[in-house]
Write a protein that binds this ligand. Structure first.
Ligand code: PLP
Length: 406
């Protein structure tokens, strides 16, 4: 059982007020708040331990390198990856997926080849593939979710044809909270000889993840949703794919030697980490992951599951609220619209007056919005520090919005 009161005390921002009301922060799907341990690590790194990494021959550079490089192992442990050299450090999921699109997919795809995607992907797992469609004539094949927001793994596997070169799916929808059986998808895709990229941006926050067990080829995470700093993240790339992939960005750190006529590259993963990295951001991410692992992902997931059940009951009890995504086993992410004329932006403005922070808009999921037949929703997304009392505060604020607009 999580001691949520104690956890809340670790997050200084949670004790502030917004618009004269205690903050109820339910915009975790966009970015999570940071515990004091992460804030302290950032301050310490800049105040006492800062230098550029890798090429230094002095004390501080070696210290910064040791701390920065140590995070690779922490991420590997967090994701259940046995070989930390399969972890490429970066600024987040967007960079990770673009690296795969430019470095791995572009050189091996031609006109008529296909990429299979689910309709609930985030734009970060759509737009890089549109680049291949626009520039190389690659076809994007979309698999729909059902009326509850569930994605049938078999439908994804059935969509794989002889021209399919990649399956790219989310592990957990940032809009619906739907969990996806990426292990089954990976097994089915591999049986047809097709690699799988998993967008783990949301899943890694809310549930235990074991990438070795899933068996996928690429698994992307982003630090700022994991209670770490923005501008930090990583992508797992399976050893065979690392060998096949060409560098996406060139510059310092990713090379062994450079002359006027030639360049030789560092070994992976550094071959794919050009330029000065987000040193302090990455160190902060390491501390954030240790913080989460200190509670255990099972305990975090159990707390969030009970929040999810409670929120589902309370929100579906409001007969003027249309909650999108009703799978039973979903993460505590709720997107909704309200009967009547109220636009998602207006609802979120009323909630904000009550100190309740939610997000309104398309949530970077255009194809899913089209599938749902809406232009925007409000989204309340919970984290390990949220409480049932905050679900009640959300419902009270929604009732007020309904009284005003309904
Ligand atoms: N994928 C999913 C499912 C997300 O929710 C997000 C962020 O909202 C991203 C990808 C993109 O992450 P980032 O903007 O940190 O690169």
């Amino acid at each position: 059982m999580l001691d949520v009161k104690k956890i809340r005390a670790d997050f200084p921002i949670l004790s502030r007020e917004v618009n004269g009301k205690p903050l109820v922060y339910l915009d975790n799907g966009a970015s999570a708040q940071k515990p004091q341990a992460v804030i302290d690590a950032i301050t310490t790194a800049y105040a006492h331990e800062y230098a550029n990494v890798h090429r230094g021959l002095h004390y501080l550079s070696n210290l910064a390198t040791e701390k920065f490089e140590g995070v690779r192992g922490i991420i590997a442990r967090f994701l259940g990856v046995s070989d930390e050299n399969q972890i490429v450090l970066n600024s987040g999921t967007t960079e990770g997926i673009n690296m795969v699109a430019y470095g791995w997919a572009m050189p091996r795809m031609e006109a008529g080849d296909e990429i299979v995607l689910s309709v609930m992907e985030h734009h970060a797992n759509i737009v890089p593939w549109h680049f291949l469609r626009e520039r190389q004539g690659v076809r994007l094949k979309w698999v729909d979710v059902d009326a509850t927001g569930a994605l049938d793994p078999q439908k994804v596997i059935d969509a794989i044809g002889p021209k399919t070169k990649l399956v790219a799916v989310t592990h957990l929808s940032n809009v619906l909270g739907t969990k996806v059986d990426v292990k089954a998808i990976t097994e089915g895709a591999h049986a047809k000889g097709v690699p799988v990229l998993v967008d783990g941006s949301q899943a890694a926050v809310h549930m235990p993840v074991n990438v070795d067990e899933i068996g996928c080829d690429f698994y992307a995470i982003t630090g700022h949703k994991l209670y770490g700093p923005s501008g930090s993240g990583a992508i797992f790339v399976k050893q065979e794919r690392l060998q096949e992939m060409r560098p996406f960005m060139g510059g310092g750190d990713m090379i062994r030697e450079v002359s006027k006529d030639e360049v030789t590259y560092n070994d992976p993963p550094m071959k794919f980490e050009a330029g000065t990295p987000g040193i302090v951001q990455t160190i902060g991410l390491g501390v954030a992951l240790e913080y989460m692992m200190g509670f255990g992902m099972e305990a975090i997931a159990a707390h969030e599951d009970s929040l999810s059940q409670y929120a589902q009951e309370r929100l579906t009890g409001l007969n003027w609220l249309n909650v999108q995504g009703t799978t039973r086993d979903k993460a505590a992410i709720f997107s909704f619209t309200m009967d009547g004329a109220a636009h998602a932006h207006d609802i979120s403005t009323i909630l904000d007056k009550k100190g309740v922070a939610v997000r309104a808009g398309h949530h970077c999921a255009g194809p899913l919005m089209d599938h749902l037949g809406v232009s925007a929703t409000c989204r309340a997304s919970f984290a390990m520090y949220n409480t049932k009392a905050e679900v009640d505060a959300l419902v009270d604020a929604l009732e007020l919005a309904h009284d005003l607009f309904g």
